[in-house]
Design a protein around this ligand. Structure first.
Ligand SMILES: Nc1ncnc2c1ncn2[C@@H]1O[C@H](COP(=O)(O)OP(=O)(O)OP(=O)(O)O)[C@@H](O)[C@H]1O
Length: 477
């Protein structure tokens, strides 16, 4: 398929520049069949209908002053951008013709992602044509990606307002500094355990930039073993290549085992053995050679200590419980919520149009004061996403209200489900029965009709509904 070239008519060098560029592009194996040729409206140059088999499409722009960037942009927006939809093949942009001011305009448009992915930039002189490899849009995208993946912002302020968080941070700062002893971080899901390990813990342990993480959920024993310890080629069917395990990768850094309770028991035992050895020696699967590694072990779990104990190998649990920090849930440190919301907002805000400081109102303060926040920081992230979706410049009260309405609506179901999932089997069954009773009453219209639909007595249903006692009022159906 042949391509399109977009460029400016260089008044002084005339059509020679275009002809030269077309020739050089052909040397690169690029066939141009169409040229979108921007030219001053006042220019007297005669533009031929085609050059070197390429159809030349003059686009006359009334622009006397090439440093009027805003006007150039508007002209391009009106006269060039709509035509980009009709480009077949790839778009090439020759940056060089025109004034240096024009070069900046092209680059800015490219950086803003105006041109389709795959558009190639070229810089030319009559005797040369060089690709411009500096992909501005990719560069910006990369910065944004890094900001998300590699957050440098410490997750929590150690000088927290609430006593619960201050105490947790105080313990964290003391415990994380102890070398050679595993650190255990407990906290409900979304309390920021992983982020804490990647930022503050890694810094305190003086091993920044090297946190090797294994999410232990859903791994069966042999896979978990091979991921952690690695294997030699041919160690088992399918082991076509040698694989370096995470323990080896974490050498000199931190091995972070997230949701440690899900690590299969036999692998937990193996880990204990490595940890009992001062030199941290182990054998990759199928190898007869021992490897010695140096890493700090940090584990996290969203279970409280009592439940975690039931899921962990006894020895491993004993080792892990020496230095254990419990991160409080957000609803237990509401004094910090204003700051948390600012931080989450700053974290999620990518679009420069959005306000730098997080939106705030009395209604939001009230919602934050009473919301169960069972998803912790993720609830705040959901609110931030809704704010971004409803955002309209200059009308904060309106879009914030809209976002809050949606947030409250969506919170109902997920929060109820969340709370129900948190209890013991007995409690969960109780909540389930209560939910069933109340929902059936709501759909059938009365206790009598609900009892008939479920084939039980009204008394049974009303007793079941009592099971919701203890749930926050707003979560009851
Ligand atoms: N202090 C913070 N400020 C703003 N955002 C944060 C903060 N800490 C974590 N986050 C963000 O909140 C989300 C939840 O954090 P994280 O994954 O660390 O929690 P977690 O406790 O490990 O959750 P889970 O147990 O579900 O893995 C992530 O998207 C993270 O980037």
């Amino acid at each position: 398929m042949s391509d399109t070239l977009l460029c400016w008519h260089a008044e002084r060098a005339g059509l020679d520049v275009l002809e030269g560029a077309l020739g050089k592009l052909a040397e690169h194996g690029i066939q141009i069949s169409r040229v979108m040729y921007l030219i001053q409206a006042q220019s007297h140059a005669r533009i031929p209908p085609s050059i070197n088999d390429a159809r030349v499409e003059p686009i006359r722009i009334d622009l006397v002053d090439p440093t009027r960037h805003q006007l150039i942009y508007e002209a391009i927006q009106e006269q060039v951008l709509p035509r980009l939809n009709t480009v077949a093949g790839r778009l090439h942009l020759n940056l060089s013709p025109g004034t240096p001011a024009m070069h900046s305009v092209w680059l800015i448009l490219h950086a803003g992602g105006v041109f389709a992915p795959g558009t190639r930039l070229w810089s030319s002189q009559p005797d040369r044509l060089d690709p411009v490899q500096f992909e501005v849009s990719t560069y910006l995208a990369e910065i944004r990606r890094q900001q998300r993946l590699d957050p440098k912002v410490p997750s929590y302020n150690p000088e927290a307002r609430s006593a619960a968080r201050r105490e947790a941070m105080n313990s964290l700062f003391r415990y994380a500094r102890v070398t050679g002893a595993p650190l255990l971080i407990l906290g409900e899901r979304g309390t920021g355990k992983s982020r804490l390990v990647e930022t503050q813990v890694a810094t305190l342990k003086q091993r920044p930039n090297k946190v090797v993480t294994l999410a232990c959920g859903g791994l069966e024993s042999t896979l978990a073993e091979s991921l952690l310890f690695g294997h030699v080629k041919g160690a088992f069917t399918g082991a076509a290549q040698e694989r370096k395990g995470l323990l080896a990768q974490a050498n000199g850094g931190i091995l972070f085992l997230d949701e440690i309770q899900d690590l299969p028991r036999p692998v937990q035992r193996q880990l204990v053995r490595v940890f009992q050895d001062r030199q941290r020696r182990y054998r990759p699967i199928g190898s007869d050679k021992e490897i010695s590694v140096d890493f700090e072990l940090v584990c996290a779990s969203n279970l409280p200590m009592g439940q975690l104990r039931e899921r962990l190998d006894e020895d491993l649990c004993d080792r892990l419980s020496h230095l254990c920090v419990s991160l409080p849930a957000l609803r237990d440190c509401r004094e910090d919520l204003h700051e948390d919301w600012q931080r989450v907002w700053g974290d999620c805000r990518v679009d420069a149009d959005l306000p730098v400081t997080a939106p705030w109102s009395n209604a939001l303060a009230k919602r934050l004061a009473e919301h169960p926040l069972t998803g912790n920081l993720r609830d705040l992230q959901r609110l931030a996403a809704l704010c971004m979706a409803w955002f309209e410049p200059g009308n904060e009260a309106h879009w914030l209200d809209k976002a809050l309405q949606q947030w409250s609506g969506a919170a109902h179901d997920s929060s109820t489900a969340e709370l129900i999932r948190m209890g013991s089997r007995e409690e969960q069954t109780k909540y389930f029965h209560a939910e069933l009773a109340l929902r059936t009453k709501a759909t059938e219209g009365s206790w009598k009709a609900a009892a008939k639909a479920l084939d039980c007595s009204v008394k049974t249903l009303q007793r079941d509904a009592e099971g919701y006692r203890g749930l926050p009022e707003e979560l009851k159906y």
